[in-house]
Design a protein around this ligand. Structure first.
Ligand code: ADE
Length: 427
């Protein structure tokens, strides 16, 4: 679609351009909590390190992403944006990007699968040199259905754990065709975004969808990676009794020593009030669990894809299904029990809430912006593999965030440095 704006026609497909004013105000609000990205944006505006570089971004279309896109644009890039999940788009933000900022944006909250991929293809039509992904749907579309666009691509960035896992498996099979920076794996990304971001925003999404009281509830967390750890700690902070299910013995041990109950899902399913999947895997909650759940159990996913809850089994088991609140689907089972599925099993923090708070996305997206700049210089020297964010970028993001928070830290003395680099001194 061609969308008319005051200045020029900007391509895009958004729900309603009349939402642009609200979107712009919220983008501005998010910027207040993104001081690291702001500094990068100011430098980019002066130095134009991305001049003329075409970027295709497949990210959750939120106010935080808008601030990243504007930083990249101010750096001289030509950015085209689409959604990385059918249910995570903030329609006002998408409208503001098109109407007020001239960024071609293809994203509508609730879009069907066909539209979702049409939007990804629209972004690829812009002939990107660098890709930005959150979940690797852009790269996988490029490698499977749009191979003709591969020639001009020199690098990409990946935002999330699931995407990095997919890309590593592409690289292992020799299918990856250009270098990717695993932004997720930067310490200043996953220690904070995955843990504190997912921790807070998952509870926020479930609360907004249900208005449930967390105090006194038995909350079953499936998966104790960085995201699971974050949700478990925040649920405990709200007074919930946390139960963790895991397949990895060391993570299970960690959950136990963090003070949570650990047990198989078959057992946890009998007593849980609220279930949250964050495994990155398939069917963490399946038919067996639904068969024994208590009447009124609430089930939500906060992992990247909507495959962690076996919705097909729940559908098959249900006699009737109805929407009882926005984002709450009631499944009435044969024996009279009711199970409530939130947000169609899609990531609840973005479906029913606004995703991670801006202050944490500040660091994730600072890593993205600096990794894009790095790829512009170094992409041609890299192999088609998955690379870590360079340590200097990670450390710089940490330093800038600390400074923005007004926190000072100590420096090692020469004597301390010498001790740490030697082996001679013992007892
Ligand atoms: N992923 C999780 N939260 C997000 C947000 N607020 N913006 C973009 N991507 C996100």
């Amino acid at each position: 679609m061609k969308t008319k704006t005051k200045t020029k026609a900007v391509r895009g497909d958004v729900k309603d351009l009349a939402l642009a004013r609200d979107g712009s105000l919220r983008i501005e609000w998010a910027a207040r909590e993104m001081p690291v990205l702001r500094q990068i944006r100011e430098r980019f505006a002066r130095e134009k390190p991305l001049k003329g570089v075409r970027l295709a971004a497949c990210l959750h279309v939120t106010t935080e992403t808008a601030n990243l896109v504007l930083a990249l644009r101010d750096g001289g890039a030509e950015v085209t944006l689409c959604a990385s999940n059918p249910l995570s788009t903030q329609d006002d933000t998408a409208a503001a990007l098109v109407a007020d900022h001239g960024i071609p944006t293809y994203a509508i909250k609730g879009e069907d699968t066909e539209t979702y991929y049409r939007h990804i293809n629209a972004v690829l039509d812009a002939k990107p040199r660098i890709t930005l992904d959150d979940g690797a749907d852009l790269v996988s579309t490029l490698l499977t259905n749009r191979k003709e666009m591969l020639n001009g691509v020199t690098g990409g960035c990946e935002e999330t754990t699931t995407g990095v896992i997919r890309l590593r498996s592409m690289a292992k099979e020799g299918r990856l065709r250009y270098p990717i920076i695993a932004v997720n794996d930067a310490d200043t990304k996953h220690f904070f975004d995955n843990r504190y971001g997912t921790g807070q925003s998952t509870l926020d999404g479930i609360t907004r969808a249900t208005n449930v009281l967390w105090a006194g509830k038995r909350v079953v967390i499936c998966g104790y990676g960085w995201c699971g750890r974050g949700v478990a700690s925040r649920a405990r902070g709200m007074g919930s009794h946390v139960v963790v299910t895991e397949v990895d013995p060391i993570r299970a041990l960690e959950a136990a020593m963090d003070g949570h109950e650990v047990m198989p899902i078959a057992e946890a399913a009998r007593t849980g009030d609220i279930f949250i999947t964050l495994t990155g895997g398939l069917n963490a909650i399946g038919k067996g669990a639904f068969e024994v759940m208590k009447d009124g159990a609430i089930v939500a996913n906060s992992g990247h894809f909507n495959v962690e809850i076996d919705i097909a089994s729940l559908e098959a088991m249900a006699e009737t299904k109805r929407t009882v609140r926005q984002y709450v689907e009631e499944y009435a089972l044969e024996d009279g029990r009711k199970v409530y599925l939130l947000g169609e099993g899609r990531l609840i923090n973005l479906a029913a809430a606004e995703g991670h708070p801006s202050a944490v996305m500040d660091m994730s997206f600072a890593n993205q912006a600096l990794s894009v700049e790095y790829l512009v210089h170094e992409g041609k020297n890299l192999e088609p593999q998955v690379y870590p964010v360079p340590k200097e970028i990670d450390q710089e993001v940490g330093r800038l965030k600390l400074r923005a928070m007004g926190i000072q830290i100590d420096k090692l003395s020469e004597e301390q440095k010498k001790y740490l680099s030697g082996w001679e001194m013992g007892t």
